[in-house]
Design a protein around this ligand. Structure first.
Ligand code: NAP
Ligand code: MG
Length: 488
């Protein structure tokens, strides 16, 4: 963290609908990973700033402007935020791409559109969150109310910066909560701009506050703050475990969306062309920096050679290129450090005896940037490090199988349980495998599809709690049971 003078590219904290200078005077530099150039100086919040943001969120929670607003009016504001985001789609997509390195094709047609859909989906829920009337024994009238959990501390990672923020902010706003958001330090720009758009749409002051900075400082401060009622976290399993431990002191509610090592299972009777496309996109879209990436490929030995041929041909065509070019499909790894981590796993795969079938190298585009070729390891064993640890980069581990009973056991032999895909023309087998896989999402003859209405989250060490869909509303509301005596 360095001291810098304010400049046009300087971004401040966003608290109570205002740009606020950081208490410490510290700023950090955000880098475009494709060009290695600085793109912004961003205010680094500290414990004091975090406390100010939490106080603003607490005040908004009980305010006339938000706390006592009609639910349908909350829905209208969320809908208006979606419209504004749509009007700024190109600006936001460009920000996401220069900050994260993902292809503009993805930012423009996947990331920002999904954010808009999620906002509209939850805008519709705002006035439909309701309780029950419950028949109990005795002359009593019992009903339940669904009340906002309160102040949400949202902590998000760098791979889908705005999407994973929206999965938390949209249901929080729909249920009447308020939010203090700590985006990933590597990618804070869209979160800050989004908060400005929310203010422009009429979201009252203090409802959404953004405090960029280090996880170990700002994230930790949110987890420890007694004024935060719930932490909604997406990130690594390791950090998630620490959050769960530390949140125990104040018994905060916690939802954790963590890592994955998702299996993609291809049976011999699968539509091979569709499976090849699916497997390829399932691991290499988003540069493999995708929690649900299909990073383990289990392929029936009978079709192994043919499938590999198709995958290798595609990998050779999909070389990294300038993320801002509309035809680019493989962007830059988010940071030099992450590039080093991924290269370390490639070395480990080679050392453990897996066979490098495609890629494997760091490359530059126009002499710059942190790129890695789409990389495929063949003859991997499921107990190798590259098949067990989350690489979070463009590296596929291919594991041939002979027996379809064994393959489900192998697919489940991982600490993670985020997602899986199965490819077969046999519908009975497809649904049986879907039932046996221990994962929060299973795709059949498709992979990596998401929708605002379809719940998403993990089994096992991929976390708990569900985002998206009606399920997500449970995580942002408390149930209150009210008893009234009807005895005359
Ligand atoms: P990370 O290191 O766990 O960081 C995630 C967020 O937590 C960042 O904002 C980070 O801040 C913050 N943080 C770090 N230490 C913290 C602490 N002690 N207390 C509170 N917050 C803290 O994960 P990442 O490397 O950014 O993201 C990659 C990981 O996210 C992968 O493992 C991936 O599987 C997972 N992921 C999961 C899903 C899902 O839905 N299940 C989706 C996407 C990603 P700073 O980094 O800014 O310091
Ligand atoms: Mg950046």
């Amino acid at each position: 963290m360095t001291q810098v003078a304010a400049s046009a590219e300087t971004r401040q904290l966003f608290i109570g609908n205002e740009s606020v200078k950081p208490h410490s005077g510290s700023y950090y530099t955000s880098i475009n990973p494709a060009t290695e150039e600085p793109i912004a100086e961003i205010a680094a919040a500290d414990v004091h700033d975090t406390d100010q943001a939490v106080k603003a969120a607490q005040a908004a929670l009980g305010s006339k402007e938000w706390g006592r607003m009609d639910a349908s009016d909350r829905g209208r504001i969320i809908w208006k935020i979606a419209d504004l985001l749509e009007a700024h789609l190109e600006e936001m997509a460009t920000l996401e791409t220069i900050d994260n390195g993902k292809p503009i094709f993805e930012s423009q047609y996947v990331d920002i559109p999904m954010c808009i859909n999620v906002l509209r989906y939850f805008a519709g829920w705002a006035d439909k969150v309701q309780g029950d009337t419950i028949p109990v024994r005795g002359p009593h009238f019992v009903y339940t109310r669904r009340e906002p959990v309160g102040v949400i501390g949202a902590i998000t990672p760098w791979n889908f910066p705005l999407i994973l923020s929206m999965w938390k902010i949209a249901p929080a706003l729909a249920t009447g909560c308020t939010v203090v958001h700590k985006p990933a330090a590597l990618t804070s720009l869209t979160a800050l701009r989004f908060a400005e758009l929310c203010a422009e749409a009429g979201l009252p002051a203090g409802v959404l506050n953004v405090v960029p900075g280090k996880g170990s400082v700002v994230g930790q401060a949110l987890v420890e703050h007694p004024g935060v009622d719930k932490i909604a976290f997406t990130g690594s399993t390791e950090v998630g475990k620490g959050i769960m431990r530390d949140a125990a002191d104040s018994l905060k509610r916690v939802s954790l969306e963590l890592g994955g090592k998702s299996p993609n299972i291809i049976f011999a009777d699968a539509d091979l062309d569709a499976a090849t496309r699916g497997v390829f996109n399932g691991i290499f879209s988003g540069k493999g920096e995708v929690c649900a990436a299909g990073s383990r490929l289990f392929v029936a030995r009978a079709i192994h050679d043919q499938l590999m041929e198709g995958l290798i041909a595609r990998a050779e065509r999909a070389q990294p290129a300038d993320p801002m070019h509309p035809k680019t499909r493989m962007g830059a790894i988010v940071s030099k450090q992450q590039q080093g981590t991924v290269l370390g796993y490639i070395d480990k795969g080679k050392a453990d005896g897996a066979r490098l079938a495609a890629g494997g190298l760091a490359v530059k585009v126009n002499d710059r940037g942190y790129f890695i070729q789409p990389t495929i390891f063949d003859d991997v064993r499921n107990d190798m490090t590259i098949a067990q640890e989350e690489i979070f980069g463009p590296v596929l581990s291919v594991i041939p199988f002979d027996d379809s009973d064994d393959v489900v056991a192998m697919a489940n032999d991982t600490q993670y349980g985020l997602a899986a895909a199965v490819w077969t023309r046999d519908i009975t087998r497809a649904h049986n495998v879907a039932a046996q896989i221990k994962a929060g999402t299973v795709w059949i003859n498709m992979v990596n599809f998401y929708d605002a209405a379809a719940p998403f989250g993990g089994y096992k060490q991929s976390g708990f709690g569900r985002e998206l869909g009606k399920k997500a509303l449970e995580g942002y509301t408390e149930n209150k049971t009210v008893w009234a005596n009807l005895k005359g």
